[in-house]
Design a protein. Structure first.
Lengths: 142, 71
């Protein structure tokens, strides 16, 4: 039986895949991110983020009702350990992304490409964090 | 330490302790039922403090609860 925190992690992953997947699809239809203005890209990113947040909020509400008491139980040592380790993985991804965006890309790209890459790095870090959480609960962690 | 994994007999101890449930054990040692299940299945190694608490609940030595097994 899946723990409540594992379910919320998978929900977050689903929200990101749907929200940012839509952003990617729209961008591709419109000729790619490079064909957009920065303002348009940021608007689409904001819409994608709102879609993701709505999916998560609605999903968490439903999961909490289904879980009952379990949803309100404070995190125990295993929950805290999984959260900490997942945050470490996400930090590494985010740090790598920021190094690429801030120290390498300025020499070969500009404008929308750098903005897009920065947002991709942030989303990737979040995705890694939730994947690590979900897999730690599913597969176990030693 | 390669080739060995930590095993436990918590499920057996619970049974002999009046068929204690995972939830009841979890309440006694301060973790959730799911964490107790993960410990029993070998999916999670508890902290030293929690391991001692488990042993205290069943009033047995720590090494009677947890042991090394060859993989």
């Amino acid at each position: 039986m899946m723990a409540y925190r594992e379910k919320t992690a998978w929900l977050a992953i689903a929200g990101m895949v749907i929200g940012y997947g839509l952003l990617f699809a729209v961008a591709q239809v419109q000729g790619g991110i490079e064909a957009m203005t920065v303002q348009r890209f940021l608007l689409l990113f904001a819409i994608a983020s709102a879609v993701r947040v709505l999916i998560e909020l609605a999903g968490r509400f439903g999961l909490a009702r289904q879980a009952g008491v379990e949803a309100g139980v404070p995190a125990d040592e295993r929950d805290r350990a999984i959260a900490a380790r997942s945050a470490t993985f996400a930090y590494i991804v985010l740090l790598t992304g920021m190094i690429i965006v801030g120290m390498i890309m300025p020499f070969s790209a500009h404008g929308i490409a750098i903005v897009g890459a920065a947002l991709v790095a942030i989303v990737a870090a979040e995705l890694v964090r939730y994947l690590a959480i979900a897999l730690s609960y599913r597969l176990g962690w030693q | 330490m390669s080739g060995r994994r930590l095993t436990n007999v918590i499920r057996t101890l619970r049974f002999h302790a009046g068929e204690m449930t995972q939830g009841e054990l979890g309440e006694k040692i301060g973790v959730t039922r799911q964490t107790v299940a993960a410990i029993e299945q070998g999916k999670y190694s508890p902290t030293l403090e929690t391991a001692f608490r488990i042993a205290d609940v069943f009033e047995v030595p720590l090494e009677q609860v947890f042991s090394w097994a060859e993989e």
